[in-house]
Design a protein around this ligand. Sequence first.
Ligand code: RIB
Ligand code: CA
Length: 312
Amino acid sequence: MPRKLLIDTDPGVDDALALFLALGSPEAEVVGITTTFGNIETGAATLNALYLLEFSGHPEIPVARGARTPVNGACRTPATHVHGENGLGNVLIPAPLTAPLRASAPEFIARTVMDSPGEITLVTLGPLTNLALALELEPRLSTAVAQVVVMGGAFRVQGNISGTAEANIFNDPVAASRVLSQDWPLTLVGLDVTTRVVLTPDHLQRLRQPPHRLGEFIWRITRVYEDFHLRRYGLVGLYAHDPTAIVCVLDPTLFQYEEALVAVTLEGREAGRTVMKPLPPESLRVARHVPKICTDVNAGQVIDFIQRRLAR
Ligand code: RIB
Ligand code: CA
């Protein structure tokens, strides 16, 4: 039976790759997409999500528009220098033929999970605002969800938006703190592992051979993102942050984990920093679940997994 995934995303170039990967994997059934700010503002993220689903031949998958700002209403600047002015590497895309649901992202998340208790895996590829708001709306979410997999955090490595913070957590630390301290089955896929999964120009070229529509589109949308990696990190290739989170859902054996509580710095110079906290002794524990943090990855096999699925 395929895993039912509800994906919260800010597409975004690596988000687009992650969506293609999930849609191309027989182990997954994407039951909905919710959108958020981050790489791009929420309106554009929603249009991109609708278009990516149409492009992949899945216009029937529902899309719900999400939060426009962090829970405290702060302003956030989209990462257009990383993902292009439109979030998809400045590749012009037609207006989607489909429209988002009337329900907001938090409403849609709450309803979808509560309608199928124990069946839905929530995967977040952007800031955690929609999830925090869904928890506020429906506190029973934490017992009804099958799993929560978050692309976010930087534990033993540097941040990517500041010296200490990863972008998805930095963009809404208050929401992140609520989501990451919730007692539910949580896995964190942070920069500790995603920066080890590098798609090189050669990998991306191979996706174009023999020539096909998806490989060509991926090549075009990744030009700006690849160029950013060269300028910023001197890296020839790109970090596959969000696709790595999807692989973690579909083949968790490719990762190693440590169990720890997670603290998020809410403000100041280190806002958005994630720190592992030791667990209390088992006899004193009240929580049913302990967060699993990815600390190591079989990067070669994750890249193979991504390559095979995107070449289908
Ligand atoms: O830090 C990497 C994350 O931030 C990815 O999800 C990327 O798409 C951006 O949202
Ligand atoms: Ca993202």
